[in-house]
Design a protein around this ligand. Structure first.
Ligand code: PHB
Length: 393
């Protein structure tokens, strides 16, 4: 059996980008349907990144999507880079007048889902997109299937692929794939019951490889260390994990505690060749993926939404196609800046498995240049805290 649904905008993916887009469109009086193959519980419980740029927080609060972020996010006025036995503090407000906020992505998702449900959004979990058809027509549609096996034909005036790095919509927009880079390392991530070990996040380059000491709350911490992409998380004992982490942040004694989650994060950089075809656009991870070292993934998805909702308002409320025509070019400027920053932080801080003595010493020279120069510190601070959103479009 096939059920037909008609709406103005069909959004595939109930991640931060898809949900925030439906929220902003609704505020402009544009109805949408959002589908996601996962259950609400899975979306709300999957642990992802934790750093929000100032602009992301301002948008979540200002648009009424999340009040909780204002009360519960922890402001971080800097980070610390560690290398060669020393610690170097980056004071973000002094360097660029902005800060970042620690507020886990799944908390953002809980807030967005609650706001969408309260507003009566047509939001369907457990619905898997099969294909996007008719991109070059005025009536694109999404074929999907629910848990019951019934087919859904969602007919819209516009389709948005916000369906993550394994996007189905991508086939309709960028069938030749995209620009791609893989890295010869991954992160071994843990969540543990312990108090914070430092007031700000520590990004540490050591002879044994990179480590990131992040946080979740006063009682739960998130930490990562560089590992082989094929590492098996369960092959490590808790003691081995702590020994590895402690060895990579000399100068700090980490507060240890029970490790209750472990995972391997593979690294890749990706930008789709095309981000728009006719009346279908890709946003967020469907359009681009960054390695996590620069904390840019979710923030970049939100920046896409800021631009796209403006283009869709013009198209659907004023019949003006010009902002949409400019969308991919304008969005790609920030995307490639974030790609560069994420690649740069990654290569500056990790020790490649085949690094020569020259590579290692050059890397320490680079770290010294960045930390000893105010211009270097400011460059990092501006990128990490997030560039202002584009205003033209
Ligand atoms: C995290 O807390 O999960 C986190 C923080 C900063 C990063 C990446 C991940 O750069």
């Amino acid at each position: 059996m096939t059920t037909t649904i008609r709406t103005r905008v069909a959004i595939i993916g109930a991640g931060p980008a898809g949900l925030l887009l439906s929220h902003l469109l609704d505020a402009a009086g544009i109805p949408s349907v959002v589908i996601d193959r996962r259950s609400r519980e899975e979306i709300e419980q999957t642990i992802r990144a934790g750093i929000l740029e100032q602009g992301t927080v301002d948008l979540l609060v200002g648009s009424g999507a999340s009040d909780r972020v204002r009360e519960e996010a922890h402001r971080h006025d800097g980070i610390e880079l560690r290398f060669d036995g020393g610690g170097h503090r980056f004071d973000f407000p002094a360097l660029c007048g902005r800060s970042v906020f620690l507020y886990p992505q799944h908390e953002v998702l809980k807030d967005l889902i609650a706001a969408r449900v309260a507003a009566g959004q047509d939001l369907r979990f457990g619905v898997t997109a099969l294909s996007v058809e008719g991109a070059e027509t005025a009536r694109p549609h999404v074929f999907a299937t629910g848990d019951d096996g019934d087919l859904l034909d969602i007919q819209a005036e516009f389709v948005v692929g916000a369906d993550g790095s394994h996007s189905v919509a991508r086939q309709a927009v960028s069938p030749m794939g995209g620009h791609f880079r893989e890295y010869p390392f991954a992160w071994f991530g843990i969540l543990c019951d312990a108090p914070p070990s430092n007031d700000v996040l520590i990004y540490s380059n050591s002879d044994n490889g990179f480590a990131l000491i992040s946080q979740r709350s006063d009682a739960v911490q998130r930490m990562y260390f560089q590992c082989d992409p094929d590492a098996a998380p369960d092959a490590w004992s808790e003691q081995q994990i702590w020994d590895e982490l402690q060895s990579r942040v000399p100068g700090t004694t980490l507060n240890e505690g029970t490790i209750f989650q472990r995972d391997i994060l593979r690294f890749r950089s990706y930008v789709a060749h095309e981000m728009r075809r006719g009346r279908v656009v890709l946003i967020g991870d469907a359009a681009h993926t960054v390695p996590p070292t620069g904390a840019k993934g979710m923030n970049l998805a939100i920046a896409d939404v800021v631009l796209l909702q403006r283009a869709l308002r013009a198209l659907l409320l004023e019949n003006d196609e010009r902002p949409l025509d400019a969308y991919a070019d304008v969005a790609s400027r920030r995307i490639w800046k974030a790609q560069h920053f994420s690649w740069w932080m990654t290569s500056m801080l990790h020790v490649a498995p085949d690094a020569s003595e020259f590579d290692r010493r050059r890397q320490l020279g680079e770290l010294r240049m960045v930390t000893e120069s105010e211009a270097g510190r400011r460059y990092l601070a501006e990128a990490y805290t997030g560039w202002p959103f584009e205003t033209e479009l």
